[in-house]
Design a protein around this ligand. Structure first.
Ligand code: GAR
Length: 202
């Protein structure tokens, strides 16, 4: 069975969706650990309650990004995961970290990339006036939200939506999409060809 490590920074609802899918027998992975860069991340308690090893590595305790990335990489590597799953992890990973975990880091982003990369993408979508937005699961590469796309799900923008209501509906889509995409990766049902990802099954 493939082993994953989940990285979080906050609430951890995507992490919860992954744990629930695993518990329901829909996600054939061993969740070896959950790691947060913030000691106060709510998701750490949720992970511990689910009996999953939970660590925090406070990025503020390090002199710079590279030192933090190195400590994070060492902690992740101690679990020898097949996949590193970012679930609301709000630090940019690049350089040596991504060389160590090349093609093994995936992220969920709250927009239909390449539209609205970066922060508060649901607000960007609302301000822009698009009629559809959604969420994207992608491999993490050296850019910000630029890696090959694995899966996407659309969410309509409704009249009267606020940033909060739109983000809530995007999150519901995320909770469906992420377990499906991670499950497909774990079963070896997705292969990459340059920027394209090809699903052997849906
Ligand atoms: C999610 O909406 C996720 O897509 C977003 O943060 C939220 C985390 O929620 N991630 C990003 O914006 C990454 N650029 P969660 O902690 O409840 O899973």
């Amino acid at each position: 069975m493939k082993k994953i490590v989940i990285l979080i920074s906050g609430r951890g609802s995507n992490m919860e969706a992954l744990i629930a899918a695993r518990d329901a027998g829909q996600l054939p992975v061993d969740i070896a650990a959950v790691i947060s860069n913030r000691p106060d991340a709510m998701g750490l308690e949720t992970a511990a309650r689910a009996g999953i090893t939970a660590h925090f590595i406070d990025h503020k305790a390090f002199a710079g990004r590279e030192a933090f990335d190195a400590a994070l990489a060492e902690c992740i590597d101690s679990f020898a995961p097949d996949l590193v799953v970012l679930a609301g992890f709000m630090r940019i990973l690049k350089g040596e970290f991504l060389r160590v975990f090349a093609n093994r880091v995936v992220n969920i982003h709250p927009s239909l990339l390449p539209a609205f990369p970066g922060l508060e993408s649901w607000k960007q979508a609302l301000d822009y006036g698009v009629k559809f937005t959604g969420c994207t699961v992608h491999f993490v590469d050296q850019g910000v939200d630029t890696g090959p796309i694995i899966a996407q799900q659309t969410v309509p923008v409704l009249t009267g939506d606020t940033a909060e209501t739109l983000h809530q509906r995007i999150q519901q889509a995320e909770w469906e999409l992420y377990p499906k995409a991670v499950g497909a990766l774990a079963r070896g049902a997705v292969r990459t060809q340059g920027r394209q990802t090809i699903w052997k099954e849906k």
